[in-house]
Design a protein around this ligand. Sequence first.
Ligand SMILES: NC(=O)c1ccc[n+]([C@@H]2O[C@H](COP(=O)([O-])OP(=O)(O)OC[C@H]3O[C@@H](n4cnc5c(N)ncnc54)[C@H](OP(=O)(O)O)[C@@H]3O)[C@@H](O)[C@H]2O)c1
Length: 282
Amino acid sequence: MSVSGRFAGHVVFITGASSGIGAALAREFARAGADVALTARRVERLERLAAELVAAGRRALVASADVTVDGDLERAVARTRAALGPIDVAVANAGFGVTGPVESLTLEDYRTQFETNVFGVLRTVYATLEDLKKTRGRLVIMGSVSGHVAVPGGSAYAMSKFAVRALAESLGHELVPHGVAVTLVSPGFVESEIRQVDNRGVWHPEPREPLPRRLVMPTARAARQIVRAVARRRRETVVTGHGKVAVFLQRHAPWLVAWGIRRFATRGRGAPRSAARTKGRV
Ligand SMILES: NC(=O)c1ccc[n+]([C@@H]2O[C@H](COP(=O)([O-])OP(=O)(O)OC[C@H]3O[C@@H](n4cnc5c(N)ncnc54)[C@H](OP(=O)(O)O)[C@@H]3O)[C@@H](O)[C@H]2O)c1
């Protein structure tokens, strides 16, 4: 199914639109005809992206919003409504990855992870729900393959993504009477800057050791797949081939996944890692 023109006249609100998957989704929704509200903390990046979308004939609004700050998203949504109209599609995408074995992390590390990846998603839901009910629109929640499979050193990130998977499931049922579709997006490795962000959420210009290229899906391709799934009001889309295999095996042969992780992923994972080092996880 081509999504060309599929979102013509629709207003799409995206958190974490300043890089990676969020920025690619903004381009893809705009290509499908939507006007786009771009939010994140790095406003200069959003301004550059907005200029690109406006040059392509779309309306684009830039609103600074930190998903960990109460009130930021409500203000961004009010500005979006005033400038573009009620929101048809809300994409709760902003996120990052805290990594390290449980013993090397603190309660504060888990709180930091949840404040962005879980409460940030909830803040986005609360800020946009009234509009989505009016427009009988679509809510997109960015999960991960880590919302299905937890690996050593990935407890904080996986816990946050398991949590939003549960949120998407409950909310999906609750919003049926209101005609709002909830799509959980569960990507495997997708090209982005997530591996340049440390455990405190601070971005570093130098990436962590790169993943094998063949495992990493280009961001634009991931965005095309996600927008197609949102157009079809799909309940979940798992992005990347390796991600689909991992989720399938976890559902049907969890013992095999556990064996594989113990066999291959636990080597050399015992040592705590410094929070100052750049980290990230899918
Ligand atoms: N790339 C992957 O392989 C992969 C796989 C599975 C799931 N995901 C998920 O995809 C989503 C997007 O990540 P990405 O891979 O595209 O990484 P990215 O390139 O690092 O983008 C992360 C985005 O989130 C924003 N963000 C982070 N903290 C924020 C906060 N407190 N308030 C507002 N915005 C915030 C960042 O903007 P500012 O810093 O400008 O605020 C940035 O725009 C995340 O939820 C991630 O968990 C990614």
